[in-house]
Design a protein around this ligand. Structure first.
Ligand SMILES: [Zn+2]
Length: 322
């Protein structure tokens, strides 16, 4: 091959290489670029705040749904939202369950804080998690001691912290955002069933529901393998994939989707009523699950902070004109 031909060949080959390096192939260009305004908001999500909320909820002794302090628990969370500058309400409903050999009829209280949408107030996005907890009978009496730090003060803390930083940012959403902590989940998803059923009957437009249940357990400090399980439903595939993209862009979290427990938390009744919901849970077996050892000291709040960031970014991307 002569020199001139060689240059021609090189030219063609180089052009071929360059043109095959599309944006999709280049790992540097492919890495998602975070939005600076979103970054400046989520950097206010604090590990210390999350830990403090969980510790305060744990210190109530028990948050078992049939315990006499159930309204106090709801009031405590309501006042937290109000302290951040929200209007919040207790959304009450009655349940009948067999427990301790008798039928227990009790009033239960979901807590609902609202940030009104400025353009589409009827369009609603929900972030939440259940505030009650329990322990297995073999490990103790839930009426007496049920700390529920990971399950699920962590989900409540995530909801509270996202509410705090969105208010702090001073941004107004185009759609309405509701921050909800659900009652009596452990007895049969009662709080979310009641809320989702009423929303469906009233023809509410719930565009997304983000459920957080057990989002603070990870035993290892090394962030390289931290993984959140993002559970989805047949109608929420797109919401789950956008959550995966957010994890990649804004957090150190890896993602997995294992739907084994999709029917066992507050996202499920929303799905059953036709709303798009996803469910965040640490992809790790918590050895303290439903025992008196589910304590703040066993939680990893750096992990929890990453999950809170994902929730916050999804709300920002879907409800704000930044
Ligand atoms: Zn739970």
């Amino acid at each position: 091959m002569k020199t001139k031909q060689l240059f021609f060949f090189f030219g063609i080959t180089l052009f071929g290489i360059l043109s095959s390096c599309s944006k999709d192939d280049d790992p540097v260009i492919k890495k998602p670029i975070p939005d600076p305004e979103i970054m400046s908001i989520i950097q206010n999500i604090k590990e210390d705040s999350l830990q403090k909320y969980v510790m305060e909820l744990e210190s109530m002794g028990t948050r078992f749904a049939l315990a006499p302090n159930r309204r106090d628990v709801a009031m405590f969370i309501k006042q937290k939202f109000e302290h951040f500058g929200y209007s919040a309400t207790l959304d009450s409903f009655e349940i009948s369950v067999y427990y301790g050999g008798a039928l227990n009829v009790t009033w239960q209280y979901n807590v609902v804080a609202t940030m009104d949408g400025t353009v589409y107030p009827d369009s609603i996005s929900i972030i939440g998690g259940h505030h009650d907890c329990t322990v297995r009978a073999s490990s103790g009496d839930p009426m007496v001691s049920s700390p529920g730090a990971n399950d699920n003060a962590s989900g409540v803390a995530t909801t509270l912290e996202v509410a705090r930083v969105l208010k702090l940012a001073g941004v107004e959403p185009t759609n309405t955002i509701k921050f909800i902590t659900f009652a009596a989940e452990e007895l049969g998803l009662f709080g979310s069933k009641d809320y989702a059923r009423k929303a469906y009957s009233a023809h509410k437009k719930i565009k997304m529901m983000l459920n957080n249940d057990m989002v603070a357990f990870w035993s290892l400090p090394d962030t390289s393998n931290w993984t959140v399980n993002i559970i989805d439903y047949p109608n929420s595939y797109l919401l789950r994939t956008s959550a995966e993209q957010v994890c990649k862009t804004y957090t150190s979290l890896k993602t997995v989707t294992d739907n084994t427990y999709q029917n066992y938390s507050d996202s499920y009744p929303f799905h059953l009523n036709g709303f798009e919901a996803i469910f965040f849970i640490s992809d790790a077996d918590d050895p303290n699950y439903h025992t008196p050892m589910d304590l703040t000291t066993a939680c990893n709040f750096k992990f929890c902070r990453e999950v809170a960031k994902v929730n916050c970014v999804l709300l920002l991307q879907n409800n704000f004109e930044l």
